[in-house]
Design a protein around this ligand. Structure first.
Ligand SMILES: NC(=O)c1ccc[n+]([C@@H]2O[C@H](COP(=O)([O-])OP(=O)(O)OC[C@H]3O[C@@H](n4cnc5c(N)ncnc54)[C@H](OP(=O)(O)O)[C@@H]3O)[C@@H](O)[C@H]2O)c1
Length: 293
C-alpha cells in the first residue's frame, strides 16, 4: 500500500481563502482585524515565522504589525508594551513569539495578555475554555490545524480511536482536548502516549488515527503503525545531510518512507501540518476581531 498524501499547503490556502470573505465583511463594518506580533531578540527561526505571519495577514486584508525588541529588553518593558496593546482597540490579536530570552518569565508574560486577544491560545483562560468546550476561547493554532487536516481530508475523527504521541502544552495535550470534545469534527476516543508509556508500539498500533508530536526525528517506524491508519506528523526536525543545499534536511517524528507503505493517508514534512499553523492564527485573529467589536 502507498498512502495518499495529505497536502497541508492546499488545505492551508483553502482556509485562508475562506477567511478573505470574513475579513471583507468585517471591513465593511469598519473593523480591520489587527494582529500584533512581538519579537524579542534575534532568533533566526523566529524571524522567518514572524515574517510569514505578517505576509499572510497582509494578503487577507488584515492589519499586521511586528514590534521588535532587543534581546536585553527588561521584562518590565515587555509587560508595559503588553498593557498598551491590551488597551489598543485597533489590536485584536497579540502574539509574543517564543522562545523569549532567558531573563524573561514566559508564564508571567503570557498571563499579562488579555485572554480576549491571546490568539495563540496559551493563556490559562483559553486553555480552560478549550477543556470545557467554550467556543469563545482560542484554540492553539497547530493543534487546531491537525483537526482541520483530518476533517478536510475525509478522515473525520468521529468515533475513531485516535492515539496522540506527546503531551506537551503546545501540541499533544491540546490536540487530545480538541479531538475528544463532543462536537463536529471531533468526538474521538483518545489515548495520549508519552515517555512514561509502556509498550509504545502496542499503543500506537491501536490508532486508527495517529498524531505524532514527540519532537524526536523519525521515532515512529512503520511497524508501529496500524495498517490503513491516517498519520499526522507534527514533528519538524533538522537532520544533518551533507548532500542537501543547506547541509541539513527537515524530517518529521515519523519515518515517512516506512509509514507511507502502511498508512492510508499521511502528512509530509515539510508541507503537512506546518502551513496550517499560520492559517489558524489568521482565523483566530478574525475571531478575536469579531468578538471584540
Ligand atoms: N507548526 C508546526 O508544525 C509545529 C508547531 C509546534 C511544534 N512542532 C513540532 O512538533 C514536535 C513536538 O513539539 P512539542 O513542542 O510538543 O515538543 P515537546 O515539548 O518536546 O514534547 C514532546 C512530547 O513527546 C513525548 N515524547 C518524546 N519522546 C518520546 C518517545 N520516544 N516516546 C513517547 N513519547 C515521547 C514527551 O513526553 P514527556 O512528556 O514524557 O517528556 C513530550 O510529551 C516538535 O518536532 C516540534 O518542532 C511543529
Amino acid at each position: 500500500m502507498s498512502a495518499t498524501i495529505i497536502d497541508g499547503i492546499t488545505i492551508g490556502k483553502q482556509i485562508r481563502e475562506e477567511l478573505k470573505a470574513q475579513v471583507a465583511e468585517l471591513r465593511q463594518r469598519g473593523v480591520v482585524p489587527g494582529l500584533t506580533v512581538v519579537l524579542v531578540g534575534e532568533d533566526p527561526a523566529s524571524q522567518v515565522y514572524v515574517r510569514n505571519k505578517g505576509k499572510a495577514a497582509d494578503e487577507l486584508g488584515m492589519k499586521s504589525d511586528t514590534i521588535r525588541l532587543p534581546a536585553d529588553t527588561p521584562e518590565r518593558d515587555l509587560l508595559a508594551l503588553l498593557d498598551r496593546l491590551n488597551a489598543d482597540p485597533a489590536v485584536h490579536g497579540i502574539l509574543v513569539q517564543l522562545p523569549l530570552p532567558r531573563h524573561m518569565d514566559s508564564s508571567k508574560v503570557l498571563l499579562r495578555m488579555r485572554p480576549e486577544k491571546d490568539v495563540d491560545g496559551f493563556h490559562p483562560v483559553n486553555v480552560g475554555k478549550l477543556v470545557i468546550g467554550d467556543p469563545t476561547g482560542f484554540r492553539p493554532c497547530t493543534p487546531a490545524g491537525v483537526q482541520e487536516l483530518l476533517v478536510r481530508s475525509g478522515a473525520d475523527p468521529d468515533g475513531k480511536h485516535v492515539v496522540v504521541v506527546g503531551r506537551s502544552l503546545i501540541v499533544g495535550r491540546p490536540v487530545a482536548n480538541i479531538l475528544l470534545q463532543k462536537a463536529k469534527g471531533a468526538n474521538a476516543t483518545v489515548t495520549v502516549a508519552h515517555t512514561g508509556t509502556r509498550d509504545l508500539p502496542g499503543i500506537t498500533r491501536q490508532g486508527e488515527i495517529l498524531v505524532v508530536a514527540a519532537g524526536r526525528a523519525e521515532v515512529i517506524t512503520g511497524d508501529m503503525i496500524r495498517p490503513g491508519a491516517v498519520v499526522i506528523d507534527v514533528g519538524i526536525n533538522r537532520v544533518e545531510d551533507p548532500a542537501a543545499p543547506r547541509g541539513y534536511r527537515l524530517v518529521g517524528d515519523v519515518n515517512f518512507a516506512q509509514a507511507k507503505e502502511v498508512a492510508s493517508q499521511i502528512t509530509p514534512v515539510p508541507g503537512g501540518v506546518g502551513p496550517l499553523t499560520i492559517a489558524l492564527l489568521m482565523r483566530n485573529t478574525v475571531q478575536a476581531a469579531r468578538q471584540l467589536s
